[in-house]
Design a protein around this ligand. Structure first.
Ligand SMILES: [Zn+2]
Length: 164
C-alpha cells in the first residue's frame, strides 16, 4: 500500500489517518491548522482584490498568476512569513502609511514593495498591541476607543498574526 501523507505537515501517517473533508491528516491538530491556513489565504487574496477594486481595477484585470507567484517567492525567501502576517503588512502599507502600491516601482503587482515594509509593520503592530493592552488596562470608556478606531481608515480586527 502506498504511503499516506498528512496534507498539512507532509509526514507519513503510520496509523489510521484522521479524515477531514475527504483529506488525510495525522490528527485533528494538523486538520485545524490546515483549515486555518486556507482561511488565511482566502482572507489575503480577498484583501488584495479589495485593494485593486478600490483603485479602479476590474476583477478580470487582476493578474493572479503574477500575484501568486510573487507570494510564493516572498514566502520561499522568508519562510516564517505567513499569509496573515502578509495581510497585516499590506494593511499597514495601504491603510496606515498609505504607500502608493500602484506606482511604477510596483512592477504590476502591489506586493513588490512588501518585503521592505515587513519590519516596520511588525513594529507598528507591536505598538498597537501595547496601546490596546493599555486601553484595556485603564478601562477607558467607549468614546476614547471609538476615536482611536476612527483614526485608522479601517479598524484592524483581531486576527491571529502568529509571530508578529
Ligand atoms: Zn500532520
Amino acid at each position: 500500500m502506498a504511503n499516506i501523507k498528512c496534507k498539512y505537515c507532509n509526514k507519513i501517517i503510520k496509523d489510521e489517518p484522521y479524515k477531514y473533508k475527504n483529506t488525510n491528516y495525522c490528527g485533528e491538530t494538523c486538520a485545524n491548522l490546515h483549515e486555518k491556513q486556507k482561511k488565511n489565504r482566502v482572507a489575503l487574496t480577498d484583501y488584495i482584490q479589495e485593494i485593486y477594486l478600490e483603485n479602479g481595477y476590474e476583477k478580470d484585470e487582476i493578474n493572479w498568476t503574477l500575484i501568486t507567484s510573487m507570494l510564493k517567492n516572498i514566502q520561499q525567501e522568508h519562510k516564517d512569513w505567513n499569509d496573515a502576517q502578509i495581510r497585516y503588512v499590506l494593511f499597514y502599507m495601504y491603510e496606515i502609511i498609505q504607500v502608493n502600491l500602484f506606482d511604477e516601482k510596483s512592477n504590476g503587482s502591489i506586493l513588490a514593495l512588501l518585503p521592505f515594509y515587513f519590519n516596520e509593520a511588525r513594529d507598528f503592530c507591536k505598538k498597537q498591541k501595547e496601546i490596546k493592552d493599555a486601553v484595556n488596562e485603564f478601562e477607558f470608556d467607549d468614546e476614547v476607543i471609538v476615536i482611536k478606531r476612527n483614526n485608522n481608515r479601517r479598524y484592524w480586527d483581531d486576527i491571529d498574526i502568529g509571530g508578529l
